[in-house]
Design a protein around this ligand. Structure first.
Ligand SMILES: [Zn+2]
Length: 417
């Protein structure tokens, strides 16, 4: 009994340890991510989206980042749900199998018990039979002991007949005694088997208790995986809905910005026609100085798909990560075409630099905190034209720098030495 208790105890410990192992492994399993990592990666993506799409609000950038994240994590979360369901059905199968083995062991126990009970009855009958032989002999002879009874039987009548009767009585008694011995041995062996089955039943119950713990852990893992997937689906659906809700308004805003850009480009083209580009000629194929030397390029010129409107949109300049208030420099000698507020561009300075290979060259400096030049003023390359900022359609301090060739936007990096 003590041995059994200790074994049960160590099994229970092993079961607890294996459940603990499942819990420890859980964070590394697919579909279950660390919320802090998610937060950091979403914050990073929000900044990236805002750098890539000037004027995109933080709220909308976050919605886009959350949608992307949910879509990224969905396959792993789906796999985790499948894996958890598999583990659960495996635990269920083990549970069913143990229950079947337990039932069959219990049936065997009942059958053996019946066998032992029958055996005991037979032993009692044999014992009665032995007693009966003795009693009958005693009654026939009137002597008190078996030996005396047998001697008396041998002496009575003629000797041969008496001996035959003794022989027959002894044989019969011997058979009865032999059978009794066999029955007792059979019953003892049945009792041994019964003890073995009782041990087996006790082991099966211990195992079943472990499997119940496994099954509970699997059930809770399956529930967690399902919850995790559900919350991803909810995150995805809600983000997609927000994007849809903002799609029309964003597309309209982008359309207006594009119109404004074209209008401003026309104004510059017109100014250059009217003013003869200031009659300057740039060296070579167009040689401009970096307007924000030492600052990183945070967003390149070029086409990109807007994450809210879903439409293709041209980023008409190069963004430099200049802190608000830091100076922005003229890329070349020139004349100030305009200096003022220009809608989404915020505070904007436009310079005309004359011709390069027959084409009129202009540069623009946008989102400034303030402009430090006036329209009509002549500037030298490297003069401060503005202090960088985040006015207009902008969500962080930076310089949006544009180069225009004959009134069309080109990639500024092709022009900066
Ligand atoms: Zn820009």
């Amino acid at each position: 009994m003590r041995k059994l208790t200790r074994r049960t105890h160590s099994r229970a410990l092993a079961a607890v340890a294996s459940v603990a192992a499942v819990i420890l492994l859980a964070p590394a399993s697919p579909g279950i991510a660390n919320p802090q990592d998610d937060k950091a990666s979403i914050d990073e993506r929000v900044e990236e989206l805002q750098r890539e799409h000037e004027g995109l609000s933080e709220d909308l950038a976050r919605v886009v980042a959350e949608l992307e994240e949910a879509e990224d994590r969905m396959p792993d979360a789906e796999d985790a749900v499948t894996a958890a369901a598999d583990e659960l059905s495996e635990a269920q199968r083990k549970d069913d199998e143990l229950a079947a083995r337990l039932t069959s062991a219990e049936n065997a126990e009942k059958a053996l018990q019946t066998e032992i009970d029958d055996g005991t009855d037979q032993i009692e009958e044999s014992e009665q039979a032995v007693v009966g032989v003795a009693r009958r002999a005693y009654q026939n002879s009137g002597v008190t002991s078996d030996l005396a009874m047998l001697l008396q039987m041998a002496d009575s009548d003629n000797g041969l007949d008496g001996l035959t009767r003794v022989d027959s009585a002894v044989r019969s008694q011997q058979r009865t005694i032999t059978r009794l011995g066999e029955q007792r041995a059979a019953n003892m062996s049945s009792q041994d088997r019964l003890d073995a089955i009782a041990d087996e039943i006790s082991d099966l119950k211990d195992e079943a208790a472990e499997v119940v713990l496994e099954k509970e852990a699997a059930e809770s893992a399956a529930r967690e995986a399902k919850d995790s997937l559900d919350s991803l689906i909810e995150q995805k659906d809600s983000a997609a809905q927000t994007i849809e809700d903002n799609q029309a308004a964003t597309a309209e805003e982008l359309r207006k910005q594009k119109e404004e850009q074209e209008r401003l480009a026309d104004e510059i083209r017109q100014w250059q026609e009217d003013n003869g580009d200031g009659n300057r000629v740039l060296p070579g194929d167009g040689f401009l100085k970096n307007p924000a030397p030492g600052y990183p390029v945070t967003s390149q010129y070029g086409w990109r798909t807007h994450p809210i409107s879903g439409t293709r949109r041209m980023h008409t300049g190069t963004d430099f990560g200049v802190p608000c208030g830091d100076p922005v420099y003229a890329s070349a000698d020139g004349v100030v075409v305009s200096s003022g507020v220009a809608g989404g561009y915020g505070n904007r300075v436009v310079l005309s630099h004359g011709k390069s290979n027959g084409a009129s060259i202009a540069t623009t400096y946008n989102h400034n905190t303030r402009n430090v030049v006036r329209a009509g003023q002549t500037v030298k390359e490297g003069d401060t034209v503005a202090m960088a900022g985040t006015t207009g359609s902008s969500t962080g301090c930076h310089l949006h720098f544009e180069v225009m060739v004959d009134g069309s936007y080109v990639d500024p990096m092709d022009w900066i030495s």
